[in-house]
Design a protein around this ligand. Structure first.
Ligand SMILES: [Zn+2]
Length: 381
């Protein structure tokens, strides 16, 4: 009996060991399959395996510290700065308009715009003050960045391209039809659909030599939070010089409003919509530009005036192909709006067909046609 029991127990041990071996190989097999599927997924989707997050100091940005602190500075000694592509050094003499202040990882930072180029940067607040001349008193102008710029004491003669753009588009947002400009803007309003990757691939292919196509991506905070891998891919293309992206604030949640009045709705937290989108962009590796696109292109005089208090330049559109019947055999002039968020496939189809019929890529390559960035356009006389 004892023998029988002993044999039985040994058999069970052997059986159990066999099971473990089989179960171990099953796990290894499953792991290999998963690993293989994972690699294929990343290869097919072309998702960057290494993101820049580990070198980006603003992932830990604290929303409660993010605020509007205007000020005008002239850089004294060269200061380190960040834009969406790189860390760099701002030369002595650079004139900066501070838009925001915030804290991340225990340090204070400032989001600033170069008033000559309209490019935005983040600099350490300490660096901004060290060796830098503040040209205007802050106190009387807090909450009203526009005032000190206009009140520069030179009758407006010496004001910068940024100041002039703020003034010029204060009552009527930026358009450009009569100027024979082509400015490409792609809206990424919140959407549960997959992005129109083929649109961005087509834009990528319009790179001429070492000059990537300038594209303004009007992006909502909600889209960034929902579509992490797609957003990371866009940022990677920008950093790698495949696309020249300007990230335009398109509000945080993009409220449509009960009557389709979008941000005009009085119940909307206008400041929250502006600042939360910026915080999301900064925390995800992007420095927002000084431009703003109103959702639905809907705005009132009151909202435009309020927008100016945040130092942002509103951008409308001349052509919105997804909403109208626009011929595909000519390249439209002005600011072109298509959606890249999967919500308006008609506009993407129109763009791809227009590009094919007009030979857009070849004409850009031959220099017959030029697409401009928003900063180029806004900085022009
Ligand atoms: Zn939108």
């Amino acid at each position: 009996m004892k023998d029988a029991m002993g044999t039985f127990a040994e058999e069970r041990k052997v059986q159990s060991a066999k099971c473990k071996v089989q179960s171990g190989s099953r796990h290894r097999f499953a792991f290999c399959i998963l690993h293989f599927a994972f690699c294929i997924f990343f290869l097919v989707c072309d998702i960057p395996l290494v993101l820049a997050a580990d070198t980006w100091p603003f992932t830990a940005l604290r929303r409660e510290t993010y605020r509007v602190i205007p000020g005008f500075f002239r850089v004294g000694v060269p200061v380190p700065a960040w834009d969406s592509r790189d860390s760099l050094t701002l030369a002595s003499g650079t004139r900066l308009w501070q838009l925001r202040a915030f804290e991340a990882g225990g340090e204070g930072y400032a989001l600033c715009v170069d008033v000559e180029t309209l490019r935005t940067f983040v600099v350490r607040e300490d660096d901004l003050w060290r060796g830098t001349t503040e040209e205007k008193e802050r106190g009387p102008f807090v909450g009203s960045p526009f005032l000190p710029l206009s009140d520069s004491g030179d009758g407006g003669q010496g004001t910068s391209p940024y100041e002039r753009a703020l003034e010029r588009y204060a009552y009527v947002p930026m358009t450009g039809k009569e100027q024979e400009w082509v400015v490409m803007t792609v809206d990424l309003c919140p959407s549960h659909r997959r992005w129109d990757r083929d649109l961005f691939e087509a834009l990528r292919e319009m790179r001429t030599g070492d000059r990537p196509l300038p594209v303004a991506v009007c992006i909502s905070g909600a889209w960034v939070r929902r579509h992490g891998p797609a957003f990371a891919q866009l940022c990677a293309w920008d950093r790698e010089g495949e696309l020249d992206l300007t990230f335009v604030n398109h509000s945080d949640t993009h409220p449509v409003g009960a009557r389709g009045d979008f941000l005009n709705n009085e119940g909307v937290d206008f400041e929250g919509e502006i600042l939360n989108a910026e915080v999301t962009l900064l925390a995800h590796g992007v420095v927002p530009s000084p431009f703003f696109r109103f959702p639905g292109l809907v705005h009132s005089a009151a909202r435009l005036k309020a927008l100016m208090q945040y130092g942002l330049i509103p951008v409308d559109a001349d052509e919105w192909p997804g909403q109208g019947d626009i011929p595909t055999d000519r390249v439209p002039e002005g600011i072109l709006l298509v959606h890249g968020n999967g919500n308006e496939r008609a506009g993407v189809r129109w763009f791809l067909e227009m590009a094919r019929q007009t030979g857009l890529r070849e004409r850009l390559r031959d220099g017959q046609l030029k697409v401009f960035s928003l900063t180029d356009y806004a900085g022009e006389e």
